[in-house]
Structure formats: C-alpha cells, structure tokens
Design a protein around this ligand. Structure first.
Ligand SMILES: NC(=O)c1ccc[n+]([C@@H]2O[C@H](COP(=O)([O-])OP(=O)(O)OC[C@H]3O[C@@H](n4cnc5c(N)ncnc54)[C@H](O)[C@@H]3O)[C@@H](O)[C@H]2O)c1
Length: 213
C-alpha cells in the first residue's frame, strides 16, 4: 500500500460525505469542479487525490456518484464494523459515547473504562463503566482494534502502553500529552486548541489582507 498523506485521507472522508448526500438526492454524476467547490479545494486536487486509487470517472462525464461512494467507503475501510473502547468516563468520554454518529458510520463502542471506584459498575448513558482491571481481557475477547483515550495527561502514556500490550491497533487520543506508540499502531491526537489556533490564523490573515486592500 502506497503511503498516503493524512491530509489526503481527510479530503477522501470529506468527498465521501458530499457524495453520500448527492447519492441520496439521486444525482448520477459529479464533476471534479463540483466536488472541489463543495469541499473547499481545487478540481486539480480532487483529480489528484482520486487518481491515487485508480481511474474513476470519464473525462467530460464526471465521476459516477454511486460507484465512487462505494469505492471511497471501501478505500476508507468503512465496509465493516469497527469495535471501539473508550478509556475515561468523564466529560469528553461521555460526549463521545453518546454521539450517535459513530454508530451510524460503523464504529461500535463495546466498552467504557475508568479507574475511579465511584464510577465503576455504575450506569453511564446506555453503558456501564468497567474497571480498568478488565480492559486487556475485554479488548482481547471483543477483538476491539480501536481505543479512544479521554483521561488526563498524567497517566496517558501508561494507559496507551497497556492498550498496545492488549492488542489495540489504533488510538484516538484527546489527552494533551506527547504519546509514543510502536510502528504497528496508528495514533491520532485531537487538539481543539490547535484547531482554534488555525481559525485564529485564518482570521488574523484575512483581517490583515482586508487592511492591506
Ligand atoms: N483534545 C481536546 O481538544 C480536548 C478538549 C478538552 C479536554 N481534553 C482532554 O481530554 C481529557 C479528558 O477530559 P475530561 O474533561 O473528559 O476530563 P474528566 O476529568 O471529566 O474525565 C477524565 C476521566 O478519566 C478518568 N481517569 C483518570 N485517570 C485514569 C486512568 N489512569 N485510567 C482510567 N481512567 C482514568 C477519571 O476518573 C475521569 O472519569 C483530558 O486530558 C483533557 O485535558 C482534550
């Protein structure tokens, strides 16, 4: 498998969302111009991104919406269900566990874990909070490949090491900590403050360019 940049994968997810909408509306084809316009990129970028994965669409006719939707779902590995465990039954963990969009897109939360004795065994939304002591056993029994980490930074690396030892292959990390994982494990860290800094940059530069005009 060729190494595909994260930015390309993010755009594929975005193309997929718009294509699903177009498919639901019964639209048969979509041009690279249309996809670029919907996704805030350029037609050349759309063609380049999609050309990584073979030749879709015919020149002048655009991309077949239904077929490309199916291809993108396959490329992104969304043809199957992925089991997910959440570590940290706090505010972020609760928001994630209650988000129905994950289930709709094929991510099934199979367990929520915490080390707080006042939370363990208590109902938590539709789930029950499990003891960290059961984490490794449950991951192996469920064959869950994905973990979401929603605990404070202090223990983040220790918990990641436990997750990796238990067989987890991909981690979505919310803790603002520098985490390391072995090469066979994929790690994505979410940082809302960095996203806000991106917006701050965009605002600052658009204000600067308005001022310069
Ligand atoms: N990525 C972002 O943009 C973003 C935004 C807000 C918060 N955060 C971070 O997300 C994390 C969770 O935030 P929160 O507001 O949900 O915190 P919270 O205090 O509400 O919940 C944290 C939970 O983790 C549990 N916990 C602590 N240590 C544990 C361990 N070793 N094993 C298992 N469970 C453990 C606690 O008992 C608690 O239930 C924090 O690291 C926070 O800084 C990230």
């Amino acid at each position: 498998m060729k190494r595909i940049a994260d930015s390309t994968v993010r755009r594929l997810s975005m193309y997929l969302r718009y294509l699903e909408d177009l498919d639901t509306q019964g639209q048969q084809t979509a041009s690279s111009d249309e996809l670029a316009h919907l996704c805030g990129t350029t037609p050349a970028q759309v063609r380049k991104d999609l050309s990584f994965f073979g030749s879709f669409g015919k020149r002048g006719l655009g991309y077949p919406v239904h077929e490309l939707t199916a291809h993108l779902r396959e490329i992104l590995g969304l043809e199957r269900e992925w089991k997910v465990v959440i570590v940290g039954a706090g505010k972020i963990g609760a928001a994630l566990a209650n988000y129905r969009g994950f289930r709709q897109r094929g991510f099934k939360i199979v367990g929520v874990y915490d080390n707080d004795p006042t939370k363990i065994g208590k109902p938590w939304g539709e789930a029950i909070v499990h003891d960290m002591a059961d984490l490794a056993r449950d991951i192996q029994r469920e064959e869950a490949p994905i973990a979401v980490l929603a605990i404070p930074s202090d223990d983040a690396q220790d918990v990641v090491d436990r997750l990796v030892a238990a067989g987890i292959r991909a981690i979505l990390n919310f803790a603002p900590a520098q985490i390391t994982v072995p090469p066979h494990v994929s790690l994505k860290s979410v940082n809302m403050a960095m996203e806000l800094e991106g917006l701050s940059f965009a605002l600052t530069n658009s204000l600067a360019s308005q001022g310069a005009a």
